[in-house]
Design a protein around this ligand. Structure first.
Ligand SMILES: *Cc1c(COP(=O)(O)O)cnc(C)c1O
Length: 381
C-alpha cells in the first residue's frame, strides 16, 4: 500500500460492536474478565487500550515497522529507550540534539551512571572514534534541531552493526512521510507525535517503532512498568490527524521551499539552514534518505544583533512566537532563549547555535501570506 492509503486506513477497522468507521474513544481504565485471567487481550488500560492499539498499528504501518508503542510524550518514549541500558553503559549521540533530549541525557541519566558522547554525527566515521566495549546505543536525530544538519542514517547503522550496537533515530523533524529509518537499518524509530503526526498543536504524545519482536517486548515491559501511557482521547485525535498527514506534509514541503528561497535572496538575511539547497553540506545524503526537505528551517540576520532578531520575532503577525513545530499553523522560535535554553551557552555556540538564530516551523497557510509577513517584519530591522 502507498503512503496516503496507509495514512487513511492503516490500523482503523470498523468497530466490532457497532460498525463505527472511526475507532471509538475507549474511555475506560479496566476491562471485565470472563473468569480470572481470561479476557479479550485487555486487562488494565496502562497495558493496553483499543483506541491506542489502533493508533499504534497506524504508526507502525507508516514507518514500515511491525510494532509501535505510543507514550504520554516524546520524552516518555525516549526515556523508555534509555531504560534499556544499565549503569556503566555508554551512548553515542549528536552534538546538535533536541534540547529536552540533551537535558534528559545530561541531567537525569548521567547521574544514574550512563555516559553520553555528544559528537558531530554529520560525518558517520566519527562514531568509530568513540566506540568502546561499554558502548550500547547510538541515538541520532536528522534533520537536526535547529541547525538542520543531516546525518547519514544508513552509514551510521552500518558502523553500529559491526559493533552490535542499537541505533535509535528521532524521526520527529522528517515525519514518516519523508524518511523511514527502519528501512535504512535502524532498530528503533522515535517520534514526538506532538509534532507532524498529530499535526494540529493539540496533543502531547510520543511513539517508538521497531521490527524486532524481542526489542518491542522489552520496550513494552518498561512502558507498562514505568507508566508513560497516553490517554484514549489523545489517541483518537492523533488517529484523526494522521489521515491528512500526506496532504499536510506536501504543503509543508512546498511552503518550506518557497520560504527558504525567499529568505536566501533577502538582503538582510545571513545564512539560511535548509537541507534542500545544493550548497547544504549533506544535501546529497538528504536527497538519498528523504523524499523531500520538509517544513523546518532556520536563519540568521546578516547583522548578528540579538535585538534585531527579537524584533523580527515580535513583529510577525501570521507566524506565532511559540515553541513546538509540525502543526498546521506557522511558528517562529528563538532557540537560544526558548527550545534550547537548557544547553549551556558555550556548548551551544561551539556547535553553531548562535544567539541570533531564528527557527521557523512552516505551516500549511498560503505561502504568499507567510512571505508577506516575513517581509514586513524584516523591513522593521
Ligand atoms: C518535541 C521534540 C521532542 C520531545 O517530544 P515531546 O512530545 O515534547 O515530549 C523530541 N525530539 C524532537 C526532535 C522534538 O522536536
Amino acid at each position: 500500500m502507498k503512503f496516503g492509503t496507509k495514512a487513511v486506513h492503516a490500523g482503523v477497522e470498523p468497530d466490532p460492536s457497532t460498525g463505527a468507521i472511526m475507532t471509538p474513544i475507549y474511555q475506560t481504565s479496566t476491562y471485565v474478565q470472563e473468569e480470572p485471567a481470561k479476557h479479550k487481550g485487555y486487562a488494565y488500560a496502562r497495558g493496553a487500550n483499543p483506541t491506542r492499539a489502533a493508533l499504534q498499528k497506524s504508526i507502525a504501518a507508516l514507518e514500515n515497522g511491525r510494532f509501535a508503542l505510543c507514550f504520554s510524550s516524546g520524552m516518555g518514549a525516549t526515556d523508555t529507550v534509555i531504560k534499556l541500558l544499565n549503569a556503566g553503559d555508554e551512548v553515542i549521540t549528536g552534538n546538535d540534539l533536541y534540547g529536552g533530549s540533551y537535558r534528559m541525557f545530561k541531567r537525569v541519566y548521567e547521574r544514574l551512571g550512563i555516559r553520553f558522547h555528544f559528537i558531530d554525527l554529520t560525518q558517520a566515521e566519527n562514531i568509530k572514534n568513540h566506540i568502546n566495549n561499554k558502548t550500547r546505543l547510538i541515538w541520532l536525530e536528522t534533520p537536526t534541531n535547529p541547525l538542520m544538519n543531516i546525518v547519514d542514517i544508513a552509514a551510521c547503522t552500518q558502523i553500529a552493526k559491526q559493533h552490535n550496537l542499537l541505533v535509535a533515530v528521532d524521526n520527529t523533524f522528517a515525519s514518516p512521510y519523508l524518511q523511514n529509518p527502519l528501512d535504512l537499518g535502524a532498530d528503533i524509530v522515535m517520534h514526538s507525535v506532538t509534532k507532524y503526526l498529530s499535526g494540529h498543536s493539540d496533543v502531547i504524545m510520543g511513539a517508538l517503532v521497531t521490527n524486532d519482536e524481542k526489542l518491542h517486548q522489552e520496550l513494552a515491559f518498561i512502558q507498562n512498568s514505568c507508566g508513560a501511557v497516553p490517554g484514549p482521547q489523545d489517541c483518537f485525535l492523533v488517529l484523526r490527524g494522521i489521515k491528512t498527514l500526506h496532504l499536510r506534509m506536501e504543503r509543508h514541503c512546498l511552503n518550506g521551499r518557497k520560504i527558504a528561497e525567499y529568505l536566501q535572496s533577502h538582503p538582510k538575511v545571513g545564512k539560511v539552514y535548509w537541507p534542500g539547497f545544493p550548497s547544504h553540506p549533506n544535501h546529497e545524503v538528504a536527497r538519498r534518505q528523504m523524499r523531500d526537505f520538509g517544513g523546518m528551517l532556520s536563519f540568521t540576520l546578516k547583522d548578528d544583533d540579538v535585538e534585531k532578531a527579537k524584533t523580527v520575532m515580535k513583529q510577525v503577525k501570521v507566524f506565532s512566537l511559540a515553541e513546538s513545530l509540525g502543526g498546521v499553523e506557522s511558528l517562529i522560535n528563538h532557540p537560544a532563549s526558548m527550545t534550547h535554553a537548557s544547553i549551556p551557552r558555550e556548548e551551544r555556540i561551539k556547535n553553531g547555535l548562535t544567539d541570533t538564530l531564528i527557527r521557523l516551523s512552516i505551516g500549511i497557510e498560503d505561502a504568499e501570506d507567510l512571505i508577506d509577513d516575513l517581509k514586513q517584519a524584516l523591513d522593521q530591522v
